[in-house]
Design a protein around this ligand. Sequence first.
Ligand code: PLP
Length: 452
Amino acid sequence: MTVNYEELKRLDHTYVWHPFTQMQEWMGENPCIIDRGEGCYLYDIQGRKYIDGVSSLWCNVHGHRKKELDDALKSQIDRISHSTFLGLSHVPGIELARKLIQIAPKGLKRVFYSDNGATAVEVALKIALQYWQLRGETQRLKFASLVEAYHGDTVGAMSVGYSETFHRFHRSLLFPALRLNPPHVFRYYKRMGEKEALQSAIDEAERSLSQEKNSLAALIMEPLMQGAAGMWSQPPGYVRVLSDICRRYRILFVLDEVATGFGRTGKLFACEHEGVSPDILCLAKGMTGGYLPLAVTLTTEEIFSAFLGEYKEYKTFFHGHTYTGNPLGCAVALASLDLFGKEKIIERLQPKIHYVKARLERDFAPLPHVADVRQWGFMVGIELVEEKTTRKKYAPERRTGHKVILEARKRGVMIRPLGDIVILMPPLAIAKSELQTLLDVVYESIRIVTES
Ligand code: PLP
């Protein structure tokens, strides 16, 4: 393997196309090349050490090279690394399905495997659409979703999570969705108070969903925190009301917990905060502790049973990916879920969540260029603006968010912003002292960049 930094940089700049990256800029910069990880730290090939402040894109839970996960993976490798789930089954796939149903929100009874968050969402949309066709309600063809949602980068996921910046070139591929304004749109853009914003969002949802009540197959949403579109938090009560409206109008209620699932919001699933259970649940990212690409779409038995029939009826759900339910992913996910129990991950997270909350309120919120801090559990967005009172944004060419992460990197912290929103999402297992360093460094980096 090549270990010379300059040679690797040349090879990267010559051959690689990185995701969500302006390659023209990338090719003018020195890339950080990761060599290994240990606990909550990443190490680059030049020996520098960084706190993994965004859990390697929001998925790491127990830290890197966690012994129990490594062991589970190694012992599965000694049996088999991959065998198809189409027309065959395997032990870790069966065991993980049972485990997921034991811990899942009430009413979810079936597990459909895929390999990433976006594919879990595609599966949910296709199941919802086919379900209504099979039930004979063939007019239920539309989907509702939230404004400033993100569900992934495949065509169906982009359709329900449309972002002008990300997806405008692909608009011709997308299907229209009924978009509902969540409370933050009323609060931040229309300048309403918290209560009024929530009520306006609820009124609008009630109106729009009732008008389309017979043509909607499903509503899909990220509960509590709309992550990748800007870390927009929803106030308590919103998810519950949308779930109730969907029940009333028999619209399937789909939750995308790809980011919020597996403890991120302080409970195993975000919907537990609201006491709701969806008809369909999408999970990925943290399911394998952040080790491997594996995703699931969970459904109720009622949905599942609509697909049953003789082969010649062609009710089958004709969907699958080569690596669907990969055994290595399943084995490591089982080991990760065991650790949630053994290491009391959720209980031990609570004081850390309170600590983050206190620091955000005390240190970050008063900063002159911080317009807003948003937090649900271990999901945090710190919004930077040029002018706090008017919420005037920085010009994009100033690359304020990017500069902050470069300052943090110099100080041993790895984070990744969403534009000028600084994101913090450390592994759930992070130690209090590491969390303190992470917050100290990010605070200093924001000050250096915004006050210069
Ligand atoms: N859904 C949500 C809520 C997400 O945050 C993401 C990714 O950030 C996705 C879906 C897409 O997941 P993936 O990147 O694994 O396709």
